[in-house]
Design a protein around this ligand. Structure first.
Ligand code: BES
Ligand code: MN
Ligand code: ZN
Length: 510
């Protein structure tokens, strides 16, 4: 999909479709009003007659309106003006994205109007979100079937129509929105692959290919390298599987092909943002085997890793002037003959020992060594992203990701990134008291904390490896994929990470 942006009279534009977003109870915003006048008030009739439903995101497709050049008009409800919110706006643009997939039109226009932006939002924000949403709606997993499904429908070229000429930051917002959608698509593709294809080696190859394409450094550590570093917590998980583990290190430095060397301000490069992604390519539970129902969904247990790779694609496409390190511990959790047993004690890279009481709490075992590895970069902050606990899904459902952090300012930034992108998080407490639940008679800590507060005890475990820097943890077990009919990866939390990193680049805070 190709996106452009310009100012033009929508009623006079030749196009496959023209999308107009409007309130059901307020005067039409200017672009809609211009179209309405050109077709002798037909639009306002459809609105006042109730033909266009009230609920934000309701749509009405009109063909061959006299007086209007566009082949089709797509009316989209923003709901009532009094209850207008980010959510209503998002619902409207998701509806636009879906409608575009269903139209035979090859190109189309979407009017964006100052008069129809959610409270406190500007056109730059709106463009970034609209482009991302519409591009993301067009995502389709290319499933390996005997006969390729050809999709003939769906527009290829979308023009956003503004009332005045776009400025620099608005043009940039279009690029940014598209970059984030492309990052999401990569994240979804990796998640949707079966674990026989998406192995630790495949994650590593994907990172290498991305590094080649965008000229950032990628290092891959293999088993022997990890042994030398003392990453025995990570290796203890990998030992139950025939798949060789990988530890992926990606290093992006501001600007394409510059490798950081030409950066004018060396201070900018001293403290990178580190993103750590859980890369369990399949989680059978290990010897603490999971029940069979829906076990296939544990192919998504590398969604944290996939979101880091997707975020790197987005960052590179945006050419953000920041330095970011991506760390991905990648392994498969299987119950092989060499697998860890409940009761085994392993020594992490940090020197702290861990009693493995449940081999299904494997994510924290691979992450803790990655968190220790992160220390060498003297990071500005470290954010780990993991499908860590079923308990997080029980606590929060599938709407927000769980956020746990030892740094309030970082937690606030991530919360804001979530609100700005609609890819929201909800913070859970990480009080000292929870640490007691990890007590072990046989090691520095146990890898599980008992029946209650599982999302928190998981994070409490990780926090013991993060003393050297500011740290936040995103538990995406409930948000990284959808079950049921719409089964598939969601690409979350790439939108959140995108917003967070754009905001960082803007403020050059790190
Ligand atoms: N990958 C799972 C978490 C998970 C469960 C993600 C369901 C998505 C849906 C993780 O490795 C795991 O098994 N966690 C255990 C931890 C427990 C043994 C303390 C869990 O959540 O049950
Ligand atoms: Mn597990
Ligand atoms: Zn897992």
């Amino acid at each position: 999909m190709k996106f452009t942006i310009k100012s033009t009279s929508p009623e006079k534009s030749e196009t496959g479709f023209l999308a107009l977003c409007l309130f059901v109870d307020a005067p039409l915003p200017p672009a809609s009003q211009a179209v309405n006048e050109a077709c002798q008030g037909k639009l306002s009739e459809f609105v006042s007659s109730g033909e266009l439903e009230e609920k934000a995101g309701s749509t009405l497709l009109l063909h061959g309106l006299t007086g209007v050049v566009a082949e089709r008009i797509l009316l989209v409800s923003l709901g009532k003006s009094g209850s207008f919110s980010d959510k209503a706006w998002r619902d409207a643009f998701t509806a636009v994205g879906k409608a575009i997939n269903d139209t035979p039109a090859k190109d189309g226009m979407i009017a964006l109007e100052e008069a129809a932006l959610p409270p406190g939002r500007d056109m730059t924000w709106a463009l970034r979100q609209a482009v991302r949403t519409v591009a993301d709606c067009a995502y389709k997993f290319d499933a390996p079937r005997k006969k390729n499904e050809s999709t003939k429908r769906g527009a290829r070229k979308i023009t956003f129509v503004l009332s005045s000429d776009p400025n620099q930051s608005q043009k940039e917002a279009v690029r940014h929105g598209q970059a984030i959608a492309e990052g999401m698509a990569l994240t979804k593709n990796l998640g949707n692959l079966g674990a026989n294809v998406c192995t630790p080696a495949k994650l590593a190859e994907t990172a290498i290919a991305l590094g080649k394409q965008f000229k950032f450094d990628v290092d891959i550590l293999k088993r022997a390298d990890m042994e030398k570093l003392g990453m025995d917590a990570l290796l203890s998980v990998a030992r139950g599987s025939c798949q060789e583990p990988r530890f992926i290190v990606m290093h992006y430095r501001s600007g394409r092909g510059k490798s950081g060397k030409t950066h004018k301000n060396a201070a900018l490069r001293q403290h990178p943002i580190v993103l750590v992604g859980k890369g369990i390519t399949f989680d059978s539970g290990g010897i603490s085997l999971k029940p069979g129902a829906e076990m296939d969904e544990m192919k998504y247990d590398m969604s944290g890793a996939a979101s880091v790779i997707g975020a790197f694609k987005a960052i590179a496409l945006m050419e953000l002037p920041i330095e970011v390190i991506g760390l991905i511990p990648a392994a498969e959790n299987m119950p092989g003959g060499n697998a860890s047993r409940p009761g085994d004690v392993v020594r992490s890279m940090s020197g702290q020992t861990i009693e493995i009481l449940n081999t299904d709490a494997e994510g924290r075992l691979i992450l803790c060594d990655a968190l220790t590895y992160a220390e060498r970069f003297t990071p500005d902050c470290v954010i780990d992203i993991a499908t860590l606990t079923g308990a997080c899904v029980v606590a929060l459902g599938r709407i927000p990701s769980g956020l746990l952090s030892t740094d309030d300012a970082l937690a606030d930034e991530l919360t804001q990134g979530g609100l700005d992108s609609g890819d929201r998080v909800w913070r859970l407490p990480l009080w000292e008291e929870y640490q007691e639940l990890l007590k072990s008679n046989f090691a520095d800590m146990a890898n599980i904390g008992g029946r209650f507060g599982g999302a928190i005890t998981g994070a409490a475990f990780l926090s013991r490896f993060t003393g050297a820097y500011k740290w936040a943890h995103l538990d995406i077990a409930g948000t990284a994929w959808l079950s049921g009919n719409a089964k598939g990866a969601t690409g979350r939390p790439v939108p959140l990470l995108g917003e967070f990193l754009i905001a960082r680049a803007r403020s050059r805070k790190h």
